[in-house]
Design a protein around this ligand. Sequence first.
Ligand code: NAP
Length: 286
Amino acid sequence: MTAQIIDGNALAKQIRAEVAGRTEALKARGIQPRLAIVLVGEDPASQVYVKHKAADSEQTGLLATLERYPATMTEDELLTRIRALNAEPSVHGILVQLPLPRHMDSHKVIETIAPAKDVDGFHIASAGALMVGQPGFWPCTPYGCLKMLDAIGYELKGKHAVVIGRSNIVGKPMALMLLGRDATVTITHSRTTDLKALTLQADVVVAAVGKRNVLTADMVKPGAVVIDVGMNRNEEGKLCGDVDFEAVKQVAGWITPVPGGVGPMTRAMLLVNTIEAAERVAGRPA
Ligand code: NAP
């Protein structure tokens, strides 16, 4: 069996088109959805990420304002700027690019963002809303993974999903989203004693570790859906995931590639959260 590929680029394109439509509808009502992106410091990867996020926004008609500050900015200055953005009615979403310079407490910074504008979904209020099943903003990466499962029409109810990784931004929210769809969820991590025994039982595996070949073909149940969140570099410096893609493709039913899988979906879901934030403020038309 060769797995079917879940094409994150194609799905993200479709989602961007949907966001563009929703943006047009708001603009027709005189509302310009706006995302404020804040970058502190000169981290090269962050520079690329924010540029992409701004370009994606502009492409869908969202107004993205990118604010760059030097690494010498103090935490107080950043908190003051965030509070100003919270109070600015024309701003619907606020994204502070992580990581922040070492002298800043990123938890404190994220907690300063108004939950109604927390389009990254990292605020404790957003995490709490996800936990209790109330409306909030879902972190973009696991939200994108869920959209990929929806896109293939996968019914999660009663299925066993194994999430590898328990970070606050991917593993844990992913597990909650799967649980919310009535899957039976196992969360695994670096102290899990027999990962293979668990993944072999899984109908769905989400790998979010950041290490190459965490999931190999002998660990996958035939026909399972494999979602690869990992972003690593191989010996040649090429981007690759956590999954041994070529070998697992021969066993799985569905698989996401790296690149071209979860990455573009993460970017697309930021746009979804931003338009959602603007619509919540504007009120949906009757
Ligand atoms: P993280 O905070 O470093 O968490 C990694 C998780 O993996 C931890 O829970 C860790 O367990 C677990 N782990 C480590 N070694 C393991 C092993 N051998 N077996 C099982 N679990 C193991 O990373 P993250 O932020 O969640 O990101 C994970 C990966 O996804 C990274 O490669 C990151 O670059 C990528 N990522 C991609 C996107 C995207 O858009 N494509 C977005 C976000 C992240 P402990 O908790 O016990 O340490």
